[in-house]
Write a protein that binds this ligand. Structure first.
Ligand code: NDP
Ligand code: OXD
Length: 313
């Protein structure tokens, strides 16, 4: 198969560095040439414009620059070619750091100590052993499993929830709709690492948060969402924080991004906000993986980390 040309279609990311790295090995374009450009074989995308890819009759594959692919499925004219998502040590490492950072921060009562510091209060708070805290990873996939294994090594009790049964040593696993409530009932700190699909949209709602366990030394349940914003209902999280259903939350993703300046989440004393920055896609690490895949595909080998179109992730 001949060496295919790459269309780079990124929204919200500066294309320059991606372009330079891709162009070291392949011809790269930022716009298709004409209404039905036959010269493009691959598209490297983040939130591509609707119906852009349907104009490429010889498109062989679409590469997401992220682990999530909901931004690709938002296109009503998505052509029926393989979709490759990111599975990369560098991204996994960043997400593991984020999850461990946020779990430890809540576990070690950082918000309370900060509030005390502001008032110059010298008071030691009770310290609970990690093994008394159950961290429930909602979405025990590539990122969830990596975070789970580091949290396990720190002594936390770990639960995992996935669509299919996913056994993992040392982790209490739950699957599917039937496993959701038992999973939540056994979880003190809920870490959301689900993909956004028609089945998961809005899953982090008040009713779900109400099911979390609250009999730990944390003084309440905690939510950490680094999956996708539209998994959650921002208003339900605020309600849960107000009535004590949730003690605290760390949110990296929001229903609307950037988080509107008018959102009460920005200034809520029990919410830690990051701007969808848990695990950044770094072209230095990701472009070589994409180029290697394109080369292998042209030698007749299979693409790796393919998205299941029916499942939506
Ligand atoms: P994976 O596909 O490896 O894992 C997804 C997990 O979610 C799997 O365990 C899957 O179950 C489970 N899941 C999917 N649908 C359901 C459902 N309906 N019910 C129960 N479980 C379900 O994805 P990754 O771990 O690589 O990434 C997860 C997500 O993290 C991405 O989709 C993206 O949205 C987000 N992300 C966010 C970033 C950020 O910076 N905030 C950075 C990178 C990713 P099963 O194992 O049975 O298939
Ligand atoms: C991703 C992201 O999906 O950064 O990789 O959100």
């Amino acid at each position: 198969m001949e060496k295919g040309k790459v269309l780079l279609a990124l929204t919200g990311f500066h294309p320059q560095h991606w372009r330079e790295l891709l162009a070291a090995e392949r011809e790269v374009v930022l716009e298709p040439d004409g209404p039905t450009d036959p010269s493009i074989a691959y598209a490297v995308v983040w939130k591509q414009k609707p119906n852009l890819l349907s104009r490429l009759p010889n498109l062989r594959a679409i590469f997401s620059i992220g682990a999530g692919v909901d931004h690709i499925f938002a296109d009503p004219g998505l052509p029926d070619v393989p979709i490759v998502r990111v599975v990369a040590d560098n991204l996994t490492q960043h997400m593991t750091e984020y999850v461990v950072w946020r779990v430890l921060d809540h576990h070690r009562q950082s918000m309370l100590y900060r509030a005390q510091q502001q008032k110059k209060i010298w008071r030691e708070l009770p310290q609970r052993p990690a093994e008394d805290i159950s961290v429930g990873i909602m979405g025990l996939g590539n990122l969830g499993r990596a975070a789970a294994s580091v949290l396990l090594s720190l002594g936390f009790a770990i639960n995992g929830w996935s669509r299919n049964e996913r056994p993992m040593k040392g982790v209490s696993t739950y699957a599917g709709e039937a496993g959701l409530i038992p999973f939540l009932n056994a979880t003190d700190i809920l870490v959301v690492l689900l993909p956004l699909t028609p089945n998961t949209q809005g899953i982090i709602n008040y009713g779900v948060l109400k099911e979390l366990r609250r009999r730990n030394g944390l003084g309440g349940a905690v939510l950490i969402n680094a999956g996708r914003g539209r998994l959650q209902k921002d208003a339900d999280i605020l309600r849960a924080l107000t009535d004590g259903t949730l003690k605290e939350a760390s949110l990296d993703v929001f229903e609307v991004e950037p988080l509107p300046k008018t959102s009460p989440l920005w200034s809520h004393p029990k919410v830690f906000v990051t701007p969808h920055a848990a695990a950044t896609s770094d072209p230095t690490h990701l472009v070589p993986i994409m180029l290697r895949q394109m080369d292998a595909f042209e030698r007749g080998e299979k693409l790796e980390n393919l998205v299941d179109r029916e499942a939506g992730y």
